[in-house]
Design a protein around this ligand. Structure first.
Ligand code: SAM
Length: 242
């Protein structure tokens, strides 16, 4: 598993591990000078580093090799999920969305969302841990809670990126997400929006369609919100070879 150090930790070929990572490297994993470790910077780079000095006070190494964009999918996927009453479910979504290759995560404030905040510090730690574990090199961007109308006002033209809104309607007939993905280029930009426990309101669905979003089904079963968002992320990953 890799360690995390932001780009500001790199000075020429010298890399200084942040204190919490230094603690893990030296106290937990017992790394010593001369050991080689991998360090990911969250901005697309993964460095192979030889430790020159290893201690909780200071752990410094020399970068031997840098690989760019390892573990990153060719497309740019944004997942928007309504804020959930159960914070732990939202945090599960954030962690798994990193593994699935999402580039941007947007907590949505919607009509039926029963919360309007996120535990930001905890969420960022979870994202970093998932980044290190999954072998990715870019940390997804985590937006502040965003009202759905603000996000819809920012909907790109379909030629610049597709927006899908997952919704179960009383009457059948909406395409599946899998069908919608047939029109997305493997290196395209796309957004998938999923409602909170109470779903999207009719007027939210209408507003999304007016803004150019395509309403899609995720199949015949009613999925929990975080399951729906992760199923969508997995569908994109498998359809676009990410
Ligand atoms: N009360 C809502 C209903 O009966 O449709 C259920 C909301 S569901 C728990 C939360 C969100 O997951 C929905 O807003 C939708 O975005 C997504 N979702 C769950 N199952 C889905 C499905 N089969 N097709 C499309 N979207 C689904």
């Amino acid at each position: 598993m890799a360690f995390f150090a932001p780009p500001s930790a790199v000075h020429g070929r010298r890399l200084v591990l942040p204190p919490s990572e230094a603690h893990h490297a030296t106290r937990v994993l017992r790394h010593e000078p001369g050991d080689e470790i991998w360090v990911v910077d969250g901005a697309g780079a993964r460095h192979r580093v030889r430790l020159d000095q290893a201690g909780e006070g200071k752990t410094v190494g020399t970068i031997l090799e840098t690989r760019e964009e390892t573990g990153e999918p060719p497309y740019h996927l944004t997942l928007g999920l309504g804020l959930l009453k159960k914070r732990s479910r939202y945090e599960t979504f954030l962690e798994k969305a990193v593994e699935l290759g999402a580039a941007r995560l947007i907590p949505l404030s919607t009509r039926y969302a029963e919360r309007d905040t996120l535990r930001r510090g905890r969420a960022e730690r979870l994202l970093r841990a998932a980044l290190k574990q999954s072998g990715r090199s870019r940390l997804p961007r985590l937006d502040a809670p965003t009202p759905l109308p603000d996000l819809l006002a920012d909907t790109p033209q379909p030629s610049a990126g597709r927006t899908f809104l997952a919704h179960r309607r009383a009457e059948a007939g909406d395409p599946s997400l899998a069908e919608g993905l047939k029109d997305v280029r493997p290196d395209g930009r796309l957004r998938v929006l999923v409602g909170p426990e109470g779903g999207f309101s009719d007027s939210e669905v209408e507003a999304a369609e007016d803004a150019g979003a395509t309403v899609v089904s995720l199949g015949p079963r009613r999925l929990r919100a975080e399951t729906a968002a992760l199923a969508a992320g997995a569908a994109v990953m498998l359809a676009l070879n990410g």
